[in-house]
Design a protein around this ligand. Structure first.
Ligand SMILES: [Zn+2]
Length: 186
């Protein structure tokens, strides 16, 4: 296992549409291991493969609180098959947009179809934090960031801040993201 660097905006790779996984082989298992190591170290509760520069439709997640045992989850080729009309609003964050949090409104409940690590097709019904996290990470596999769901003015302010920091060669680094466990940081 190896911890990988997390891409930060305005890295253009974050805008790539990831490719489906065709076979769950040793390479994919190694990728998943690296993603968990990177995600737990960050720390974050969700990670998409493109965030470590791999344009494959793989998502890792662990929504367990700090005082609970680890609960790793892997979603391969996840796709939303149903979304509720009812919405909910969560303050989201993203490991690729460190130290920025904003409220995002999304469908409150979703159904998601995916492959597990054994290549078996699964479908889950999700609501609350799991629904938000799944939608945030599936967005990543399609090159979409949570700031695409906020106002244009706010989005442009964030992009400007990160573009300036990148030009100065001073990447914005996450502080103690686990101070805000109720937020989605993925
Ligand atoms: Zn994210």
């Amino acid at each position: 296992m190896a911890k990988r660097d997390i891409l930060v905006i305005p890295d253009k790779r974050l805008r790539l549409k990831s490719e489906p996984v065709l076979a769950i082989d040793a390479e994919i298992r190694a990728l998943v291991d690296d993603m968990f190591e990177t995600m737990y170290d960050a720390p974050g509760i969700g990670l998409a493969a493109i965030q470590i520069g791999v344009p494959k439709r793989v998502v890792t997640m662990d929504l367990a609180r700090k005082d609970e045992p680890k609960a790793p989850q892997v979603f391969i080729n996840p796709e939303v098959t149903w979304a509720s009309d009812e919405t909910s609003t969560y303050e989201e964050g993203c490991l690729s947009i460190p130290e920025y949090y904003e409220e995002v409104t999304r469908p409150k409940a979703v159904r998601v179809r995916y492959l597990d690590l054994d290549g078996k097709e699964q479908e889950i019904a999700a609501e609350g934090l799991l629904a938000t996290c799944l939608q945030h990470e599936i967005d990543h596999t399609n090159g979409i960031l949570f700031i695409d769901h906020i106002s244009r003015l706010k989005r442009e302010m964030v992009l400007k801040k990160f573009t300036k920091a990148a030009k100065r060669g001073e990447p914005v680094r996450p502080r103690a993201a686990n101070d805000v466990p109720e937020h989605h940081i993925g």
